[in-house]
Design a protein around this ligand. Structure first.
Ligand code: PAF
Length: 256
């Protein structure tokens, strides 16, 4: 497996490839949800790049950035076993030079749900995704439906900027108790881990958003938002106390 850390070296490698190229952007700490994206990309393309980059611009809270799990060695082993041939793991400086004053902004959908609680979050996401897609020039890029708002904003960006890339959404991978796989699950203590699947169960219920919020608060979650939009219910909650608070998000398509 080739591992690239600089923009020039990965571009040179990309320029020599023939056939369809898929890209799976990640922030590492890989789990089966990421591997579902990787497997889909491997099945649909001759070449697959996985990016491992904890993007500082999408964290509005420095403590959250510092706590974000990093497992580069394990990630590279997992990708090797999965059959990935190219990993791009740039430094923050090579993606954001000190002179770089550019950001991709979306001015409507990025401001509600996760965007209202995390100002600037989606500008950071869209900016880094635009950069990674420009560097790697893939035919297809793969994103999980767990981050459904992110997926829709990336689709919108690609359409708005006439980018010739297919954005593929891959269904959320869940544990047997319904908890959506997330790198942040590794930060949950045993009691929080036991409570966490309740989010998925409540999102699926026929209750109103207000009632779901109340039930989650009573169960011990701090609710950021519960919001139904276009027949899909979105939720973000916190588990734990103080600096050890972990933010979880999920969404389900409603059957009614
Ligand atoms: O979903 C993520 O892991 C990140 O938001 C992404 C798309 C890799 C951009 O940093």
């Amino acid at each position: 497996m080739n591992t690239f850390t600089t923009v020039d070296s990965v571009r040179e490698h990309r320029a020599g490839l023939e056939g369809q190229v898929g890209c799976v952007p990640t922030m590492g700490a890989l789990h089966d949800g990421h591997l579902a994206l990787v497997r889909r990309a491997l099945a649909e393309n001759e070449h697959v790049f996985v990016t491992l980059f904890v993007n500082p611009k999408q964290f509005n809270d420095p403590a959250d950035l510092a706590a974000y799990p990093r497992r580069d060695v394990e990630d590279i082993d997992l990708l090797n076993e999965a059959g990935v041939t190219a990993v791009f793991m740039p430094s923050a400086d090579s993606i954001y030079s000190p002179e770089d004053t550019y950001l991709v902004n979306e001015s409507l959908e990025s401001l509600d749900r996760c965007g209202s609680a995390r100002p600037g979050h989606f500008s950071g996401v869209l900016t880094v995704v635009m950069k990674l897609l420009n560097i790697l020039a893939p035919d297809r890029a793969y994103f999980g439906e767990k981050d459904f708002q992110q997926l829709e904003l990336i689709r919108g960006m690609v359409a708005a900027f006439f980018m010739r890339i297919d954005i593929i959404g891959v269904p959320t991978v869940r544990l047997s108790d319904g908890l959506a796989l997330s790198s942040r699950n590794a930060l949950l203590g045993p009691a929080e881990r036991a409570l966490a699947p309740h989010l998925f169960q409540c999102l699926q219920s026929n209750d109103s958003d207000r009632v779901v919020t109340d039930k989650l608060e009573q169960a011990g979650f701090t609710v950021d938002y519960i919001q139904t939009l276009k027949n899909r219910r979105f939720g973000a909650v916190f588990l734990g106390e103080g600096k050890r608070q972990v933010r979880l998000i999920d969404n389900v398509r409603l059957k009614r």
